[in-house]
Design a protein around this ligand. Sequence first.
Ligand code: TXA
Ligand code: MG
Length: 340
Amino acid sequence: MTGQAEILSTHTPALFRAAVVRAADLLKSGELVALPTETVYGLAANALDPAAVAKIFAAKGRPAHNPLIVHVSSLAMARRCVREWSDTAGRLAAAFWPGPLTVVLPRSSEIPEVVTAGGPTVGVRWPGHPFIQEVIRACGFPLAAPSANASNEVSPTNAAHVDKSLGGKIRLIVDGGQSQVGIESTVVDLVASPPRVLRPGMIHEESLMAAIGKVEMRNAERGTQNEPMRSPGQLQKHYSPKAKLCVLNWKDDLDLRRQIGQLSSAIADVHILAHTNIPSGEGFGGVSVIPHDAEAFARAFYGELHRLDDLGAKAIIVESLPESAEWRGIADRLARAAAE
Ligand code: TXA
Ligand code: MG
């Protein structure tokens, strides 16, 4: 798939400006462009142009019932996307925007139905990455953008990941470096009372509560029996690497090797991602050490999954994560990557 999309660098002011112009031109003419954001790379289209947005669903193979997040570059633009801005939205925006937080509010008539999958609400985010901010300003319209990967694959955290997954299907990928956050934004439903976290992320519920008071966590993402699915993207099987992934907790090397013996994988096919009990590498396909620090772990995690997929790893064993709030978004992605 790689090799057909043009990839533009942005690491000098001149390159940055030229890439903004090129990306905005394509977006204004209804094309898709893959852009860096601080969470993961996004596959962007003019959110106000239904035909352009439809191309996102086609390129990703995304089910039509899964709504897209609309990206803005100002509060004024965010308010235009929604029917009614609320005090709670204002407090969240003041605390966390620009940044890795998406708020779900009733949609305005300006937002086409294809963006919201026909639903009455829209997810809005003001991303922190300077490149996408400049592109939105240059366009003058908001950008609908899901993660820039084929549906159900691991989200991209650099331009090469995008190229691997979608390079054959889009014209332009802008390389804005490594995504600083590394997992997708926290999605908070502000139509629910109290507000409800539909997708955990690096802005965790304790931070949200500090800004707005009571917040509910959503565990059963598929909705209860009496309730429709509130965030259809949150299907259990998602963000999956090609390798079989499982999460284990081990005391020491011997204990780890004993547990692997009970799995069906040959030890040479197993790659370990560890943060605390680092095993000796002997016999394993590989051992990666990710810092025992939630922010650093989130930044590195998808990149490791991509790298191990590229190596052709058959089995990935990840050391189980701490249970505290700052790890919850990562634990959610890990559980999905491990789902059969
Ligand atoms: O960090 C991010 O959010 C990245 C970057 C590119 O901004 N985008 C992203 O988009 O992760 P995507 O499409 O891969 O995931 C969007 C999630 C899905 O779980 C979707 O169901 C949910 O947000 N979502 C979007 N609009 C919604 C709405 N109106 N109501 C409930 N959930 C919504
Ligand atoms: Mg996605």
